[in-house]
Design a protein around this ligand. Sequence first.
Ligand SMILES: NC(=O)c1ccc[n+]([C@@H]2O[C@H](COP(=O)([O-])OP(=O)(O)OC[C@H]3O[C@@H](n4cnc5c(N)ncnc54)[C@H](O)[C@@H]3O)[C@@H](O)[C@H]2O)c1
Length: 435
Amino acid sequence: MSKSNVKPAEGKLGVLVVGLGAVSSTFMTGVLMARKGLAKPVGSMTQYDKIRVGKGADKKYLKYNEIVPIADLNDIVFGAWDVYPANAYESAINCEVLKEKDINPVKDELEKIVPMKAAFDHNYAKRLDGDNVKTVKDRWDMTEQIREDIRRFKKETGVDRVVVLWAASTEVYVPVDEKVHGSLAALEAAMKADDKEHIAPSMCYAYAALKEGAPFIMGAPNTTVDIPAMWELSEQTGMPIAGKDFKTGQTLVKSGFAPIIGTRCLGLSGWFSTNILGNRDGLVLDEPANFRTKEVSKLSTLESILVPEEQPDLYTDYYHKVRINYYPPRNDNKEGWDNIDIFGWMGYPMQIKINFLCRDSILAAPLCLDLVLLSDLAARAGRHGIQRFLSFFLKSPMHDYTKGEVPVNHLFQQYVMLKNALREMGGYEADEEID
Ligand SMILES: NC(=O)c1ccc[n+]([C@@H]2O[C@H](COP(=O)([O-])OP(=O)(O)OC[C@H]3O[C@@H](n4cnc5c(N)ncnc54)[C@H](O)[C@@H]3O)[C@@H](O)[C@H]2O)c1
């Protein structure tokens, strides 16, 4: 680790999570259980993965914290905001993701995580009706109140650094509007003018976080930091931003499986993905305007892996459809089906079926941990703006679409980007081409 020029991870790391639902409570419970030695943080790259540094006879495989200074789980202090007043213990129990025996040993710590009042607008998630909500004059005031929350949290807990993670419900779709989202000045003016249509509450959280010197991660598919105004703010404040949408189940499979088809030069005529899901996330996504946000995010994955312009014989006009159906009996145990219609030699059709019986929050929790720890690392490494090396963890990786940049969705290319960034931050040579 001697070659790393990243600032050390000294002191406590505040992790402020927007939304204290299934994902967040599972994430927090797992971290608290892991640090008591009562559970393993399975699925977390920062805790398990080893990557090669050096070449030839000098090569060695090291864990991330042997390459760069990563914050220790024992140094994490949690805080949260939610529309509902349930504390993290109550939330973990209510969400029924984990068994009580896996929650109770850290009950005392979870009970202390009481959500601050949410910056919320009912029009952005109509299916929610909690009353643990801030009273605000306008969007600017909403931002100011969140900033105040962050400052108070820092003071009360004595943390040295804070990362803000959005693991709250998916908001209704906010298309990028150049006039409002195109520059920081325009965004601030719209907040002051209380432009509720273009300024989602999530933008107020992101703005507040960046202004308070905290990296911001968007775990839902919301537009939020995926706009030039926020890129500008993150450059100005020197803070990393990452998004959007945790890549957990179906899209993880898609971004790992599509390369099989592409690498073998097989054709694709259609890919139909459907899910049944019964948790609160599924309830919110049952609302068409909220689902639209998710759909845009989920659809983007294939386009940059199986590219029609590059292989017109193989990928022209394939039909790509994604559906999520709210089905309460399954709660958090989502079932996803993928039907993939491919064609081979002389155009003969074949089918592939994938049936993934997953657990949404069990897949999302390690991503929360990795995104938080790696964003904190990025901040200490002086990296700001969009953190492309975190695309590996995200369904719809942020990219500068104003310059025609194509996002990297291919899972294995994303892994190379992740490894190279860690090597570079660790003072090693980044030595794999990304093609
Ligand atoms: N679990 C996965 O596999 C996965 C994958 C990708 C993305 N996500 C996204 O992660 C998010 C969380 O998922 P979940 O299953 O925990 O949902 P959840 O409904 O259990 O929890 C979300 C919480 O956010 C709260 N909330 C909504 N708006 C808020 C606001 N403005 N401020 C503060 N709190 C607010 C809600 O009250 C709720 O308690 C969703 O947006 C979901 O789409 C999850």
